[in-house]
Design a protein around this ligand. Structure first.
Ligand code: AMP
Length: 137
């Protein structure tokens, strides 16, 4: 009986932990862009993702591709997100092609504040229209 109770508590903890991670991501300004509560220059949308111009572009083309399902950062993605992550990458490629920059573009995902992440809703930066250095800064 005690074992069953312990298992139930563990499951509740696990579920509430996952929920709070998802809630944190849902609170960001990107979820407000998804919900059209704040404006953005949207270039693409489907059932799974949204893409819009970065407000402080770091290249002539700077698009953010975000999942509608809230994931705070890439390290928190799970195997359940595998198809979604592939979809984001393919969407980035399609947008680059549509914008005529399929020959040269860079995709960036910052994970964590020390890596430059400032919005905790997963996003892929699509940068193009200038040359890029390697290693990146
Ligand atoms: P990161 O630093 O990787 O988390 O990227 C967040 C990006 O979101 C930055 O490049 C910001 O310029 C961009 N950003 C912040 N607020 C907005 C907004 N309201 N609309 C579009 N892009 C935004």
């Amino acid at each position: 009986m005690t074992q069953i109770l312990k298992m139930q508590v563990s499951i509740i903890n696990l579920l509430s932990g996952t929920a709070s991670l998802r809630l944190r991501a849902m609170d960001t300004l990107f979820s407000k862009i998804i919900d059209r509560k704040i404006p953005a220059d949207i270039v693409y949308e489907d059932d799974l993702c949204l893409a819009f111009k970065d407000i402080h572009p770091q290249a002539p083309i700077h698009i953010l591709i975000i999942p509608k399902r809230p994931i705070a950062k890439i390290v928190e993605a799970t195997t359940a997100d595998q198809q979604l992550l592939g979809h984001l990458m393919l969407t980035a490629g399609r947008i680059a092609t549509d914008m005529g920059v399929s020959d040269a573009y860079r995709l960036v995902v910052n994970n964590g504040a020390d890596a430059g992440q400032s919005v905790f809703h997963l996003h892929i930066h699509l940068l193009a229209g200038r040359s890029f250095n390697w290693p990146p800064g």
